[in-house]
Design a protein around this ligand. Structure first.
Ligand code: NAP
Length: 483
């Protein structure tokens, strides 16, 4: 029996923040503001604008389950199309007008049973519940390369793409061989005069067709919503298989993935010397698996060069490698990834009894089931630390997490408590089990990646997605401190 209403704040208007706003409204919790530091919704899809940007989760799965669209142009739709989807959904569901744009939340302090928010502009808000939907990978990690500042050409991080820089006919260098770099290589190789890909570690590439959907196929899905839902479900089931494979390094499924990657390398890279330089020395999917239909074609083009000598330094005219060679460049792209453990930072978050998030997250970020932390009552995270980022559609993850969070909020609405937060015991036990399970995953089989924390343990959900769905169905209230 609900006895009160609550004021909420959602931090971030990316995929998860838009979801939270829609679902809060649906739940009758319409008294909320969404805070967004930028001037548009879209999160990662707003910030990343590099050529070739795409999502490695098929678009019919990377969609809200309640807002499927028949209109995706391709299996893996291009980034701008994904961004437009989020903008449209935010508009259609009345989220956009609930967003306070261009105002970053700089502090969040808990006292007298409420959260007190302050933004960069000095605006304040007092709320009962905070939903942090601040994203996972958004603080660029710049490489520590000597001489980088002295480079005379254009130099930028992949997530800060400078569209004023001409690529056509330019000599372009790319540092990194992650998903981002691979997409950029395929997208620009035919436009540039010369492309140098600076590879520190080779990557396994899973072959994936990225076919376009015909107008007829799209019309068919538009006319048959049941088929659209079925497509979403089929892809979700397929991803469950992948998810189960990566958390069991000995599974038959992971062996199939390894074989597919190996076949891709053997069959599609023709020069044996290049093939060996592209051959990773660790198991497929140990690093986040890259999917690409055309990277191997691109890197074999006459104007492309795979540079495997380590970078010595950057000089005004280009990149010098340890073999002494200067690779002259006009443009240097740093596709060097993100600080994956920078969740919610640099926001200052002060919980119960003055405990800061910085203290709570020293030495590393932790949260019970990724959503709740002791000392931070009524503060919930979507795609928080140690969640299923490695193997699922983050949209499905956020939807599941939000349904779970709403059930915690119901405890307050039902008058069972005014404050709810995971107990320390529950968090400790969860982390213990998570760390133990992590040792069986493919992510610890001998590579470095952004999944690994300072101890070398994967900072991700190490069990199956089925288990995630199951555990997240309803909170175990014994794991929570209700006051
Ligand atoms: P990333 O996977 O972290 O890759 C960074 C790359 O930069 C690695 O190859 C790394 O080499 C290299 N690197 C870093 N510092 C270096 C240095 N000092 N010198 C030389 N090389 C250096 O980053 P990302 O490619 O941006 O991808 C991050 C994540 O974003 C992905 O895993 C994925 O989750 C997401 N993403 C997804 C898509 C998609 O299609 N869904 C697209 C882009 C990004 P080492 O391997 O040797 O460390």
């Amino acid at each position: 029996m609900q006895t009160q209403t609550l004021r909420c704040a959602v931090i971030g208007a990316g995929m998860a923040g838009i979801l939270a706003a829609i679902k809060l409204d649906e739940a009758g919790l319409g008294d909320f503001t969404v805070y967004e530091k930028a001037d548009r919704v879209g999160g990662t899809w707003r910030e990343n604008t590099y050529p070739g940007l795409s999502c490695d989760v098929p678009s019919h799965l990377y969609s809200y389950s309640f807002a499927l669209t028949p209109d995706w142009s391709r299996r893996f739709a291009p980034g701008p199309e994904i961004e437009a989807y989020f903008e449209r959904i935010a508009e259609e569901y009345g989220v956009t007008k609930r967003v306070r744009f261009g105002d970053e939340v700089v502090s969040c302090a808990f006292s007298d049973g409420k959260w007190h928010l302050t933004t960069a502009s000095g605006h304040t808000d007092t709320v009962d519940v905070v939903i942090a939907a601040t994203g996972v990978l958004h603080h660029p990690r710049y490489p520590d390369l000597a001489g980088l500042d002295a480079f005379e050409g254009a130099c930028f991080h992949s997530a800060r793409w400078d569209h004023s820089v001409a690529l056509d006919g330019a000599r372009v260098g790319i540092v990194g061989t992650g998903s981002t770099a691979v997409q950029i290589v395929s997208a620009i190789v035919d436009r540039v005069a010369a492309l140098s890909l600076f590879q520190r570690t080779a990557q396994w590439i899973a072959p994936q067709d990225n076919r376009a959907y015909s107008a007829e196929e799209r019309a068919e899905l538009r006319d048959h919503p049941d088929q659209l839902a079925e497509t979403h479900q089929t892809l979700s089931d397929m991803f469950d298989l992948f998810a189960n494979a990566v958390v069991d390094a000995e599974s038959a499924e992971i062996k199939l993935i390894e074989q597919a990657c190996l076949d891709n390398l053997e069959n599609n890279v023709h020069d044996p010397e290049l093939r060996e330089r592209l051959r990773p020395t660790y198991r497929a999917a140990c690093k986040r698996l890259i999917v690409s239909p055309d990277f191997y074609d691109a890197i074999q083009k006459p104007n492309a060069e795979l540079v495997t000598d380590a970078i010595e330094c950057v000089e005004p005219k280009g990149v010098r490698t340890k073999d002494g060679r200067l690779h002259e460049l006009d443009v240097l792209v740093l596709a060097t990834g993100f600080k994956a453990d920078a969740f919610m930072r640099p926001m200052q978050i002060i919980g119960r009894d003055g405990v800061t998030l910085q203290q709570a997250w020293t030495p590393r970020p932790e949260a019970y089931l990724s959503v709740s932390m002791p000392d931070f009552p009524n503060f919930f995270m979507l795609n928080g630390p140690n969640g299923p980022v490695g193997n699922f559609s983050l949209i499905e993850v956020a939807e599941i997490q939000f349904r779970y969070i709403l059930q915690l909020v119901d405890q307050i609405l039902d008058g069972n408590c005014r404050e709810i937060a995971a107990t320390r015991g529950a968090l400790t036990e969860f982390e213990r089990a998570r760390e133990e399970a992590a040792t069986h995953t493919v992510w610890v089989t001998g590579c470095l990646s952004w999944y690994l924390d300072d101890r070398g343990l994967p900072a991700v959900w190490p069990w199956s997605f089925l288990r995630f769905r199951d555990v997240m169905k309803a909170p175990d209230l014994g794991a929570y401190d209700l006051r």
